[in-house]
Design a protein around this ligand. Structure first.
Ligand code: IPE
Ligand code: IPE
Ligand code: MG
Length: 249
C-alpha cells in the first residue's frame, strides 16, 4: 500500500562523506538465528558477530565517525541459557585482551555503558585496563553497552540525583536535561544521530531510551553476522536522505 511506502529509501544515494552522522549506534541482533540457519550452536553466531563488530568499528573509524555505540549484552540477556552467557563473556574477554594490545596503536578508545560490577573480577579488571589506555588517547571511540538497559540507566540516574539532593548538593528543581544527563552511563556523549537495528526486528529492546529521542532509525533484515561495510553505507545514505526537524518546520 502506498501509505506505507518508505520515501527515504528511494532518495538514498551514495554516502556523502562531508555530512556523516557524528554518532552511530547499533543493536547487534540476529547472531542466534544466523547460527541456527547453518545448523550451528548459537555461540557460533556470537563469534562471527564479534568479528563483524571489529570490522564495522574499524570502518567507522576510517570513515571519520566520532562515536560508535553497540548493544552487546542487555540487562535482560541474563535470561539466556548459562552456556550461551558464558560464551558471550568468553568472547568479550578475548576481545578485551586483543584491544589492550592494539588500541593505542590504532588510536581507538573504548568505553563501557552499563553496570559492570556483576561481571567476573577478571573482566572488570580488563575493562579497567582498557579505560586507562583510552584515557591516554583522543581518537575514535567505541562504546560497548554491557549489562546495559535503558530503564536501569534511568532509574540509577534518578536514584543518584535523589541521593545528591538528600546530601544537600542540589535542590530538586535544579534538575534539567543537561544535569540529568550527567547521571547517565552516557554522560558526556552526544546523542546518537543514527540507530541501526539489523536482524529484522523493529523494536528498541531497552536501548538508549533517553538518548534516542531524536535519533533516526534504520531497520534492516540482514542478520548482524552478515552485516558488511556496504550495509553501513546504505544505512548512512538513508540517514542522509532524511530531513531532521526536531519538532520544527
Ligand atoms: C544479538 O543476537 C546478540 C545478543 C543479544 C547478545 P541474538 O543472540 O539476540 O540473535 P537472535 O536475535 O536470537 O537471532
Ligand atoms: C537486543 O537484542 C540486545 C542486544 C542486541 C544485546 P535481543 O535479542 O535481546 O532483543 P529482543 O529479545 O529480540 O527484544
Ligand atoms: Mg535477538
Amino acid at each position: 500500500m502506498a501509505f506505507f511506502k518508505s520515501r527515504s529509501k528511494q532518495k538514498a544515494g551514495p554516502v556523502d562523506r562531508d555530512h556523516l552522522p557524528r554518532h552511530i549506534a547499533v543493536i547487534m541482533d540476529g547472531n542466534g538465528r544466523w547460527a541456527k540457519r547453518r545448523g550451528l550452536p548459537r555461540k557460533a553466531g556470537h563469534k562471527v558477530g564479534a568479528e563483524v563488530f571489529r570490522t564495522i568499528a574499524t570502518y567507522c573509524k576510517d570513515l571519520g565517525i566520532a562515536y560508535l555505540t553497540v548493544y552487546a549484552f542487555s540487562t535482560e540477556n541474563w535470561k539466556r541459557p548459562q552456556d550461551e552467557v558464558d560464551a558471550i563473556m568468553g568472547l568479550l574477554k578475548r576481545y578485551l585482551l586483543e584491544a589492550i594490545d592494539t588500541m593505542a596503536k590504532d588510536n581507538i578508545r573504548l568505553r563501557f555503558l552499563g553496570d559492570l560490577t556483576v561481571l567476573s573480577p577478571e573482566l572488570q579488571e580488563l575493562a579497567a585496563r582498557t579505560n586507562a589506555i583510552s584515557a591516554t588517547l583522543d581518537g575514535f571511540q567505541a562504546n560497548i553497552c554491557l549489562n546495559y538497559g535503558g530503564r536501569d540507566e534511568l532509574l540509577r540516574a534518578a536514584q543518584s540525583f535523589a541521593a545528591d539532593c538528600v546530601d544537600g548538593k542540589y535542590q530538586e528543581d535544579a534538575l534539567d536535561s543537561d544535569l540529568f544527563e550527567t547521571y547517565l552511563f552516557s554522560a558526556g556523549l552526544p546523542d546518537p544521530d543514527l540507530i541501526i537495528r539489523p536482524g529484522g526486528e523493529q523494536r528498541i529492546s531497552n536501548f538508549l531510551l533517553w538518548q534516542c529521542a531524536y535519533a533516526e532509525f534504520v531497520f534492516t533484515e540482514t542478520l548482524w553476522p552478515d552485516f558488511k561495510k556496504e550495509h553501513l553505507d546504505a544505512a548512512i545514505a538513508e540517514y542522509q536522505a532524511r530531513h531532521r526537524r526536531y519538532g520544527g518546520v
